[in-house]
Design a protein. Sequence first.
Length: 126
Amino acid sequence: MRLAEGIRRVGFRKWYERQLLQSHGHLVLTFLCLVAVFGALEAMRGTLGWAERVEELATLVLCVGTGLWALRRYLYLLNHAELAASQADCPQCKAYGRLDLVQSDDSGERVTVRCRGCGHGWRIEV
Ligand SMILES: [Zn+2]
């Protein structure tokens, strides 16, 4: 979910929480893929024929690819959420995450927000 859409639909704090949950879900997937890679390597040791070995190799490649994708997605979502969170403090009253969306660009990643406490406006770019 894009930053602008997230702030509009559920508010900044919920959006941030969901980004963290989603990113850590990808970290769990990375770990599961790592376990599957070790399983595939162990299975390859016991195979004798080329047909079985090709199957195990295909499993290994699939798990490595999925694991790398999940790790990349984990890092992207985590960095994305942290970058937004580092800009979520009101510059005037220092309230964290208490903001409303005022305006966003087409990408939904550069937003103008307003503090709910003091009404000060600023931009968040991720
Ligand atoms: Zn404020």
